[in-house]
Design a protein around this ligand. Structure first.
Ligand code: ARG
Length: 464
């Protein structure tokens, strides 16, 4: 008989058990469940529901259950429906009937919400540390390539010259926003629902604030109905992970393209690329393709949970059991993805010669129009004149920079001998020294800002 079987004349059908039981996946919350129960035993002792001696017995028993899990000696029984019932069943085997007092005033509804928040909090912190490590390797790699010129793209068409440092650093800021979002989600995860009971609150007036503080929560929930059913923290975490996965997928896509021999801008380290079983020359960016693929999986988890939540009537419904596999898998997925991504960036070989060779004159067409602007022509006219120059060069089968001055002057008398100075990629980049621009001095400032961001973020999260 299950723990709740008193009113039932017949045992649960086996097919229903297979559908209903969550022990196969929620057993990974054993530590959080036991931590929550130890704090709860102490709280009901403080509320004089059980004696100090009884609480001590229960706590000692729970510690033994924890040790069994930790040593791999915990024996699951067929009747163990979920982690909460399994721990209580084993506790009672160890300490006897006093174990049956632990659940007084508590429901699995406030229990599971508490355990789950503790689990999510710990994993948010782990992911944040991995994101910090990724930001660090991005900065380190960028610092070596402040002057490494490469084509920048829009629509994946060559657009204007930038530097490899500037390209790499663009991902730093995406990850910064991801970390902000995780920290923000973490604030709302750190709210204790324990003491909400099944839905209508704890009848023994347990001190919820002390109980929450005991468990490391920053706050307590203010409404028991909302307390047992609020899964915003799951949805927010899934969104933060899905968007982070989207950023990693975009980084992956750049790496896949830039490592293609047609580009050759970068080479993946042997340890982080794979070969083909038939084509000996192949060096595939499989890990990056997996990053791109996993983003779809993360977005799927977010969509799945939102769909589960949208039609629920008030308070706990069993649908909510669906929240766990989604987020377990999301954290597992990013937990596998991030270390490989960190290593790929750390070991990435940047090929400045290939990047430089891909810079064609046409990437300076905008600079040429800006040259005319500096001579007094409105930009729109300058754009038109340079468009004609581009066509002229292409018709003659020559590079833009090879057009003779006389030909250029047919298009505009503003062209003068100093026009040759436009055809300098480094000078083009150096002119773009506004905040956020690719000029080496601007990227140096950007990197200083990035480091300051990391320090400020570390201080903020240490405070919460
Ligand atoms: N296994 C359940 C879950 O994960 C625990 C809560 C069960 N509560 C209940 N009233 N049946 O959501």
């Amino acid at each position: 008989m299950p723990l709740w079987g008193g009113a039932f004349a017949e045992p649960t059908d086996n097919d229903l058990k297979a559908l209903n039981d969550s022990i196969s996946f929620d057993q990974r919350m054993y530590a959080e469940d036991i931590t929550g129960s130890i704090a709860y035993a102490k709280a009901i002792a403080r509320a004089k529901v059980i004696s100090i001696e009884e609480a001590d017995q229960i706590v000692a028993g729970l510690q033994q259950v924890l040790a069994e899990f930790e040593s791999g000696n915990f024996q699951l029984q067929p009747g163990d429906e979920d982690i909460h019932t399994a721990v209580e069943r084993r506790l009672t085997e160890i300490v006897g009937p006093v174990g049956g007092k632990l659940h007084t005033g508590r429901s699995r509804n406030d229990q599971v919400a508490t355990d789950f928040r503790l689990w999510v909090l710990a994993h948010q912190t782990k992911v944040d540390a991995l994101l910090e490590a990724l930001q660090t390797v991005i900065i380190e790699k960028a610092e070596h390539h402040l002057h490494t010129l490469m084509p920048g793209y829009t629509h994946l068409q060559p657009a204007q010259p930038i530097t490899a440092a500037h390209w790499l650093m663009s991902f730093f800021w995406m990850l910064a926003r991801d970390r902000d979002r995780l920290a923000d989600a973490q604030r709302r995860t750190s709210v204790s629902p324990l003491g909400s009971g099944a839905l209508a609150g704890n009848p023994f007036n347990v001190d919820r604030a002390t109980l929450a503080a005991d468990l490391g929560f920053a706050d307590v929930s203010q409404n028991s109905l909302d307390g047992v059913s609020d899964r915003d923290f799951v949805a927010e975490s899934l969104f933060a992970l899905a968007l982070m996965g989207t950023h990693l997928s975009r980084l992956a896509e750049d790496i896949i393209i830039y490592s293609n021999p047609l580009f050759g801008y970068i080479t993946l380290n042997d340890r982080y690329s794979t070969g083909s079983s038939i084509m000996p020359q192949k060096r595939n960016a499989d890990p990056m393709e997996l990053a791109r693929g996993k983003a779809g999986r993360l977005i799927g988890h977010l969509t799945g949970l939102m769909t589960t939540l949208k039609g629920l009537p008030s308070t706990y419904n069993k649908d909510l059991q669906e929240d766990k596999e989604a987020i377990f898998d999301a954290f597992d997925t990013v937990g596998k993805l991030l270390p490989v991504t960190i290593a790929i960036i750390r070991t990435l070989q940047i090929n400045p010669g290939k990047m430089r060779a891909a810079l064609g004159d046409e990437l300076l067409a905008t600079d040429l129009a800006e040259y005319l602007v500096r001579k007094g022509l409105p930009f729109r006219q300058g754009h038109h004149v340079v468009g004609q120059a581009v066509r002229m060069a292409s018709n003659q089968g020559i590079k833009l920079s090879a057009l003779p001055l006389e030909s250029l002057r047919e298009l505009s008398p503003l062209f003068e001998p100093d026009v040759v100075e436009v055809f300098d990629f480094a000078a083009s980049v150096a002119r773009r020294r506004v905040i956020g621009g690719p000029a080496p001095e601007a990227v140096t400032t950007q990197i200083e800002q990035a480091k300051a961001w990391m320090q400020a973020h570390a201080r903020q999260t240490a405070q919460t």
